[in-house]
Design a protein around this ligand. Structure first.
Ligand SMILES: NC(=O)c1ccc[n+]([C@@H]2O[C@H](COP(=O)([O-])OP(=O)(O)OC[C@H]3O[C@@H](n4cnc5c(N)ncnc54)[C@H](O)[C@@H]3O)[C@@H](O)[C@H]2O)c1
Ligand SMILES: [Zn+2]
Length: 377
């Protein structure tokens, strides 16, 4: 049976793919609330060209209570993706991140509790950043949950994580949902708040709420003009502008890169399965990829003559390793990542390449800004 669905942030990278899937494959009726954040969409009052023509688009913010209320009243399912998404930037635009991400979510929950509606389900987009450093194993102490590396260690260019109990170097393992919170940015804290507020209100009032913790998502439509997010689109944009990829630390830090179509698979599974209610799920691939590998793969595909530059600089707050343990979502919802990085990354590169206008590389401005704030050393 087709449903009326609200996707906040539905004009963005992940949201727009979800909207396509909900309309094309699932034949649902989709409403979008998106304020067309300038950093992502430029100065525009019109939704991006890629947005599905059948989606009902409203340009407004989740911070606007009444605008949000009007749409919530229309809908039976809500995907809450609308958020500002720069980790580094959140450390100096604190008010903006708290307002959009925390107050925005507070508005949504307040409406669900206090206004008449027929919402059956709420799905919240969270992030691996709530874990901080991923789970690890110490040869003496067993499994440990390390905190961020301290600045002395980074200053001495000792990049690997050390055991919080005995201090020896430890090996990363897959991070599961029981990992404690260790948010190390205002962005991460805002995602943590979204999760906790959503699950608390959901449980208290019997609103079926699911939290999905996305790892590093990549794919077409990933804002190439936003220098604050997405190492894949930053490297691709630099290389297409004849500049080499810039790598911090020694490049052996590892992440879990997940294609946007696999994220959409997880979002729809969460919507369709009652066993997702009240639960938190990692969404990744379970496969580590180092930043050096990412740079090499993208360089090889775009301009093999431009060798990546290793700056051996580090960013305050950066983690060393975090890769998803996806057993829970596999077992409970039947999720299976379908796309591996080496193949999937072509979709992003081709999309950036085929854009009708020349995409400017603004990554240097972002680095300068971080440096000025003392966040890049
Ligand atoms: N891309 C990733 O790797 C990643 C990883 C983990 C979590 N997430 C989460 O997934 C969601 C979508 O991220 P994305 O990568 O598609 O980013 P995006 O910036 O492409 O999309 C976010 C959309 O939200 C909109 N938006 C921002 N503030 C808003 C507000 N106050 N009201 C309404 N709309 C607003 C923006 O205009 C944009 O269209 C976010 O909640 C983000 O935190 C993304
Ligand atoms: Zn130890």
């Amino acid at each position: 049976m087709n449903k009326k669905i609200l996707v906040t942030g539905g004009a963005g990278f992940i949201g727009s793919h979800l909207v396509d899937k909900l309309i094309e494959e699932k034949k649902h009726e989709v409403f979008i609330l998106d304020n067309l954040e300038e950093q992502i969409h430029g100065k525009s009052n019109n939704p991006p060209k890629y947005l599905h023509k059948e989606a009902k688009f409203v340009k407004n913010s989740v911070v606007n209570y009444n605008a949000l209320k009007d749409l919530v009243k229309e809908c039976e399912i809500i995907f809450h993706l609308g958020a500002v998404v720069g980790v580094g930037q959140s450390m100096y635009q604190i008010r903006k991140y708290v307002e959009n991400n925390i107050l925005g979510t507070a508005n949504l929950l307040d409406i669900l509790v206090n206004c008449e509606h027929s919402v059956e389900k709420l799905i919240i987009a969270s992030s691996n950043t709530v874990y901080g450093e991923g789970k690890a194993k110490c040869s003496h102490c067993g499994f440990v949950y390390p905190l961020l590396r301290d600045e002395n260690q980074l200053f001495n260019k000792e990049w690997e994580v050390k055991c919080p109990d005995c201090g020896i170097e430890i090996k990363p393992v897959l991070t599961d949902e029981n990992n404690p919170f260790n948010s190390s940015s205002i962005y991460a804290l805002s995602k943590q708040s979204q999760e906790q507020m959503g699950l608390l209100i959901g449980k208290t009032y019997g609103i079926n709420t699911t939290v999905l913790r996305f790892f590093l998502v990549y794919g077409p439509r990933q804002a190439p003009s936003n220098p604050y997010t997405g190492v894949c689109s930053i490297f691709s944009t630099r290389l297409l502008n004849a500049k080499p990829a810039i790598i911090f630390e020694d490049g052996l830090q590892s992440r879990d890169f997940v294609h946007v179509s696999d994220i959409c698979q997880a979002l729809v599974l969460a919507m369709e399965n009652d066993s997702a209610n009240g639960e938190i799920f990692n969404v990744g691939t379970g496969t580590p990829t180092t930043i050096k590998e990412v740079a090499e793969i993208i360089t090889e595909k775009i301009n093999p003559s431009l060798n990546p530059i290793f700056t051996h600089q580090y960013r305050i707050g950066d983690i060393r390793h975090c890769v998803a343990d996806i057993s829970k979502i596999k077992n409970k919802l039947g999720y299976k990542p379908n796309i591996n990085f080496k193949e999937g990354i072509d979709d992003l590169i081709n999309w950036i390449r085929n854009k009708e206008f020349q995409i400017k590389d603004k990554s240097q401005n972002a680095l300068d800004e971080l440096k000025e704030k003392g966040l890049l050393k």
